[in-house]
Design a binder for this molecule. Structure first.
Ligand code: PLP
Length: 475
């Protein structure tokens, strides 16, 4: 399998080359040249694989269709090392929980940091360590986080050979729980940098460092952001595992609702559907930052300014633009790299939006690709958390609540609707208290983490100081 850029660059690359890279040289995102097709017999076999041999073996089956530059035995070992009951809390890894009628939750948040990002990041940690060792190279990951991504990355990379993490975060702006998840790590290869500023300042610093090509090369700076194809690929697996658990035979269809921000999670659902998984509808659920809902309703994709990006109670979906969305538009436009370049390279940077409402392909987003969308607000979120607690005795997190609210608006008779649970409520306890009047249950291993010793360097929002810190901590 070779990979190409969504903006039409002629180069074709193997999996391990794009694993350690960010964007393609023309600024596009990588996608496989084609989506491997899963026929009925294969899907039936995978059903048995999941039930008899488990999630890790299913992951190996799916990943091996996309990765031809890691020997099969090694890839299988990496999958089995990643997806264990010890790391993810259950043997099913992604168990379903029933809510009502045909509505289910698919639990993706029982990994080390209690958000679905662990599903992909844990695999990425093992893939990085494997590939860097094979090449005899080192990588220094520089990132910016407002919470979930940074902690998932640190917990995936801690103690890994050949990798260091430098994670910037806005000083004093993450919840006490999120700070504790990151700052309590004592591993030598993990560096927390708390920036005196907001999340945008952290992102600007990361951009400035990455744009200094000489520094970037000298200190082998890399990223683990959501456009990384390996992260997206790892997420494809749980759409298959959800389908297998919700159905008895391959004649049935299911729908998924996905609490969305950067479009990474639901894009993995799109890939699964393109492979032939019988998905009826992919419902994109947004919060007040409704860039994606606006597109699927109107055909207009309009990125927001920082001033127009709301701080909400489902903060991991507070985005101004959806960084993975280009992948879907590439498929929607018949994989025409020149058109994608005109939209994402030119129109967005010149006028801040593009409009496909009159384009013949736009109607196919729903009719051919199965997408629809909806939006949830703070009031909806509170009402949904209260209602699910009162009627089913279940406490759900704020992002998952956005999913449940929107899922209820898009059910079809006779088709199971799976809402992806993207975090556990303890990560966003303040809003749960606002909704229910009491704090959510805390898993035993997180009791008292706020009191653990912290390892963090506070710094002004100054690129030169961050660079000096990195230089000091690389050999
Ligand atoms: C990252 C995140 C999301 C959004 O996922 P995308 O892949 O960016 O669409 C939703 N919920 C939670 C809890 C997250 O951490």
């Amino acid at each position: 399998m070779l990979y190409l850029s969504t903006r039409g660059h002629p180069d074709r690359k193997h999996f391990c080359d794009i694993l350690l890279e960010g964007l393609a040289p023309d600024g596009g995102l990588y996608l496989p040249e084609h989506y491997p097709q899963v026929d009925d017999a294969t899907l039936a076999r995978w059903r048995t694989v999941y039930h008899k041999q488990g999630y890790a073996e299913l992951a190996f089956e799916i990943l091996s269709l996309y990765i031809d530059d890691i020997p099969a035995d090694d890839l299988r070992a990496l999958c089995h090392k990643t997806y264990t009951a010890a790391v993810f809390g259950t043997g099913e890894i992604v168990p379903l929980r029933h809510i009502e009628d045909s509505l289910w939750l698919e639990a993706l948040s029982n990994g080390p940091t209690l958000a679905f990002k662990d599903m992909a990041m844990q695999l990425l940690g093992n893939l990085f360590e494997y590939e860097l060792k094979r090449r005899g190279e080192q990588l220094n990951i520089l990132g910016a986080t407002s919470g979930d991504t940074g902690s998932a990355a640190e917990h995936a990379m801690r103690g890994k050979e050949g990798v260091r993490v430098f994670m910037t975060s806005p000083h004093g702006r993450m919840s006490a729980f999120q700070q504790a998840q990151m700052f309590s790590l004592q591993d030598e290869n993990i560096h927390n940098i708390a920036i005196e500023g907001v999340f945008d300042d952290c992102q600007d610093i990361v951009k400035a460092v990455s744009n200094d090509l000489e520094f970037k090369r000298k200190y082998k700076i890399g990223t683990v952001n959501s456009i990384n194809w390996a992260r997206l690929l790892a997420q494809v697996v749980y759409y298959f595992a959800g389908y297998i658990q919700a159905t008895e035979s391959n004649t049935e269809q299911v729908s998924f609702t996905v609490p969305s921000g950067n479009f990474g999670n639901v894009c993995a659902g799109h890939v699964a559907r393109m492979m032939g998984l019988p998905i009826h509808t992919l419902v994109v659920a947004t919060n007040e930052n409704d860039v994606l809902d606006e597109f699927f309703r109107t055909g207009v994709y309009r990125v927001r300014s920082s001033a127009d990006t709301h701080e909400t109670s489902s903060p991991s979906m507070d985005i101004s633009k959806a960084s993975n969305f280009e992948r879907f538009i590439f498929d929607l436009l018949g994989r025409d790299g020149a058109q994608v370049q005109a939209l994402f390279g030119d129109a967005l940077s010149q006028q801040g939006y593009f409009d496909l409402s009159q384009h013949p392909a736009f109607a196919q987003a729903a009719s051919r690709y199965g997408f629809c969308s909806g939006k949830s607000t703070h009031a909806d979120r509170l009402a949904t958390i209260r209602d699910t607690h009162a009627r089913f005795g279940m406490t759900i997190d704020t992002h998952t609540a956005d999913g449940v609210k929107v899922a209820r608006e898009h059910r079809s008779p006779g088709i199971a609707m799976l809402v992806l649970e993207t975090a556990l409520p303890i990560k966003f306890a303040e809003t749960i208290v606002e909704a229910l009047g009491h704090a959510p249950e805390r898993p035993a291993k997180f009791v008292g983490i706020e009191d653990l010793p912290k390892r963090v360097q506070v710094m002004p929002a100054d690129v030169a100081q961050v660079k000096a810190y990195i230089a000091r901590h690389c050999d």
